[in-house]
Design a protein around this ligand. Structure first.
Ligand code: ASP
Length: 343
């Protein structure tokens, strides 16, 4: 049977074209997507589209919009074999990460893509990204199951796990990287799937469960030379902060100054959830390596292992939204829930 795909256009550069009147870039009517990208007619796939109203520059992305997106996927889940989410590149890695935690029991592909140049300009990367994303979202294995039942980002010939991705270039077509996890697929003459690392559900008839409660009381503290106790206190000690991602140096190291460790200990004693995530793009936190890392561990900071900040944020929003029990959240934080950390 013919596959069916829903393209969800949330906003961003990809859906723009030049207005012939004044030369400015404006969003085009996505219901006419096949006029803009006639190559889509060549697939033996039914393609429908849904456009967000209003369209969102992804710099304005909000957790409430993630909930809207997740609910839309859930409402249309039975009607389609896969979903392609067109999204601005700026926060695409945050959205793909969050959705990976919010869509529990996923058995169908949810492929985010976008572009650096609008689809309506001659050198656009948007067409190739969209066409390959549709092909991947529609792909089935010989048993008729989705080849990639995961939330992913497709960009510039690579399919990356959503919660491992990060935007790393503001200019190159190759805008996303996933340094701690190899691509799930690569598009050349053929699309080569890296089947060994693609996650599969235990049961293909699992029901999708959508999480709609997110707890956003998370702060991010990036440690840096010259950081002051005042700034740190404002971020970590704020009563609205239930959890804090501490972005540390290298393998999870931070200042050894007593005021810094005192503030971390104080926050930990107050029951705040503190997660150590490295500022490095590749590699992992290991708090046993240096004394500065070990002192964080001693005052109750948890290891984020090789998680990205984007995934750490989505994971905390999701876990905290599920439970007020901090002990449970802390236990789950160190577990690999959907491929976001290496075991
Ligand atoms: N600011 C735009 C956005 O993220 C850039 C893009 O689409 O790539 O929505």
């Amino acid at each position: 049977m013919k596959s069916s795909i829903l393209i969800i256009y949330t906003g961003g550069t990809i859906g723009m074209k030049e207005d012939p009147q004044d030369g400015t870039l404006k969003p085009f009517d996505f219901s006419q997507i096949k006029d803009e990208v006639p190559e889509l007619n060549k697939f033996d796939v039914r393609i429908d589209s849904y456009t967000f109203d209003p369209l969102i520059d992804s710099s304005d992305m909000e957790p409430s919009i993630w909930v809207q997106l997740a609910q839309l996927i859930s409402e249309r889940y039975e009607d389609y074999d896969g979903f392609v989410v067109l999204h601005g590149t700026d926060t695409m890695a945050y959205s793909a990460s969050a959705l990976s935690f919010m869509l529990e029991g996923l058995t169908k592909p949810v492929i985010f893509t976008g572009s650096q140049l609008p689809i309506g300009v001659p050198r656009t990367d948007g067409k190739e990204n969209l066409i390959s994303a549709v092909e991947i979202a529609a792909a089935k294995d010989h048993e008729g199951h989705a080849r990639v039942p995961e939330v992913c980002i497709f960009f510039d010939s690579k399919l990356l796990r959503g919660n491992r991705s990060t935007k790393y270039s503001a200019e190159a077509f190759n805008a996303f990287a996933s340094p701690n996890c190899p691509p799930l697929a690569e598009a050349g003459i053929n699309i080569r799937y890296n089947t060994d690392i693609i996650r599969k559900p235990v049961y293909w008839d699992t029901m999708l469960r959508v999480q709609t409660q997110l707890d956003t009381r998370v702060a991010i503290l990036k440690v840096h030379p010259g950081m002051t106790p005042q700034v740190m206190r404002a971020v970590v000690a704020d009563p609205q902060t239930r959890a804090c991602i501490i972005e540390t140096y290298g393998s999870g190291n931070a200042l050894s100054k007593p005021w810094f460790l005192d503030l971390v200990k104080q926050a930990s004693d107050e029951g705040k959830i503190l997660l150590n995530v490295t500022q490095c793009k590749a590699g992992t936190v290991n708090m046993d390596l240096y004394a500065t890392g070990a002192s964080l561990k001693n005052v109750g900071v948890l290891s984020g292992a090789d998680i990205t900040t984007e995934a750490a944020l989505g994971k905390l929003f999701s876990l905290m939204g599920r439970s007020e029990n901090d002990k449970w959240v802390k236990t789950m934080l160190e577990k690999d829930l959907c491929g976001e950390i290496s075991k």
